[in-house]
Design a protein around this ligand. Structure first.
Ligand code: HEM
Length: 394
């Protein structure tokens, strides 16, 4: 049998060449570590919808967590749909209207600081603080603490949690990071203790019935931490990836500067060609088969988002960054099916604003001479670890 190598080993970068081979030679491939890897667009999209066969998985095999510590991606219908409605209401259009001006102002302030010294490390100084402070504003936790949970959400994502079932706190995803958990617990306690709690997301989570019952503090905390993490790391990587493209391709930088109406298209193309979430993990929960290949209940499955987005049967010239694609938002960067990302509108808005502000203020961007795009050290995540640049004002 051919040994293709491991499509989940992304330490040296996302293995796009290996994906291309798999799409042709073994679109449903069992890796050496026993994970079924799906590389075709149609299979990945269909699998995101097939919640009868596949369930989101962040854990080692055999690790079972109590229901109230399950992440929203792991919760099954119909309960999932009900919790999801509360999440959607937090990210609803009218709320985004309120955070839009905040995102704009934050982008200006952050970039001004970098410009004032002629450059810097964009990921820390410009990119990361934006999603962290925006998500905080949206959820109703103090924005001035953004640097804290920016750090904590990085710790959660870069640590081995939640693949291991840590027990020192015994309280799941959120409990894995004691400071983060304590912080969110305080937000919950403040609202529980207040006579007139603020009309914000945390209060709504505490006071909305799901299946006739209130969510427990642990459930609320797990959801809060998940939202703070989900909104940070991915959006950071989206903006970072597009800035790297603009830094490496001055003609794209100029094209966007001359035609700012193309920024939204560039955001979509970046999501397609460099999806911030490169892979999604699932547990197979009932025997099934794909292209005649049996997949058994209990086996692990990986949806190759970064492969699907370059599937040549869906995209002409899939490895090129192009601003003239007929349907720029035709990609699976936000997943699909009932668990499709509820934060996509917010992420797109933040990326558009960050890039608009950048192009408005920056005349020239030069990557540090020794710059090599190193990927963040998380196997499923795809974004630059650092982005040192010199900048000239426009
Ligand atoms: C570019 C930025 C983003 C990308 C690429 C992204 C990607 C994804 C993907 C692929 C999924 C599906 C996961 C699965 O099926 O297992 C997902 C789910 C989710 N995302 Fe995002 N996301 C982004 C931004 C955000 C933001 C800003 C938020 C928060 C406001 C957010 C909150 C969530 C939540 C709560 C889920 C779980 C939904 C569910 O299980 O019903 N994401 N995201």
């Amino acid at each position: 049998m051919t040994d293709f190598g491991d499509p989940l080993d992304t330490r040296a970068g996302i293995p796009y060449e290996l994906f291309a081979r798999l799409r042709v030679e073994a679109p449903v491939w069992r890796t050496g570590t026993g994970v079924w890897f799906f590389s075709l667009f149609d299979d990945v999209l269909a699998a995101t919808k097939d919640i009868e066969s596949f369930k989101s998985s962040f854990r080692d095999p055999g690790v079972v967590v109590p229901e109230e510590e399950q992440l929203i991606s792991e919760i099954e219908e119909p309960r999932h749909g009900k919790i999801r409605r509360i999440v959607n209401s937090a990210i609803a259009a009218h709320r985004l209207g309120n955070v839009e001006s905040f995102a704009l102002e934050t982008s200006h302030t952050l970039l001004e600081r970098v410009l004032a010294k002629g450059g810097g490390e964009l990921m820390n100084e410009f990119v990361m603080p934006l999603p962290t402070s925006v998500i905080a504003t949206l959820l109703g936790v103090p924005t001035e603490d953004f640097h804290l949970w920016g750090q904590w959400s990085g710790d959660v994502v870069q640590g081995d949690y939640p693949t291991k079932n840590r027990t020192e706190r015994g309280e799941g995803f959120a409990g894995a990071h004691p400071e983060f958990a304590t912080y969110v617990d305080r937000q919950i306690a403040e609202r529980r203790g207040a006579e007139n709690p603020p009309n914000d997301f945390v209060t709504r989570l505490l006071t909305t019935d799901v299946e006739g019952q209130r969510l427990t503090d642990t459930e609320v905390r797990t959801l809060m931490v998940f939202l703070l993490v989900a909104g940070n790391e991915t959006t950071r990587n989206l903006i970072g990836n597009l800035l790297v493209t603009m830094g490496q391709r001055p003609e794209i930088f100029r094209q966007l500067q001359d035609n700012p109406e193309l920024i939204e298209v560039a955001v979509e193309e970046s999501l397609r060609i460099d999806p911030p979430t490169a892979v999604l993990l699932r547990d197979c929960i009932r025997d099934t088969e794909i292209h005649g290949i049996p997949i058994r209940a209990g086996e692990k499955v990986a949806y190759g988002i970064a492969s699907a987005n370059r599937d040549e049967s869906h995209y002409e010239d899939p490895n090129s960054f192009r601003l003239d694609r007929p349907n720029p938002n035709h990609h699976v960067a936000f997943g699909g099916g009932p668990h499709v990302c509820p934060g996509s509108v917010l992420a797109r808005m933040e990326a558009k604003i960050a890039i608009e502000v950048f192009l408005e203020k920056v005349g020239k961007m030069k990557l540090a001479p020794d710059f090599v795009r190193e990927k963040v050290p998380v196997f499923w995540a795809n974004g630059p670890n650092a982005l040192p640049v010199t900048l000239t004002r426009r």
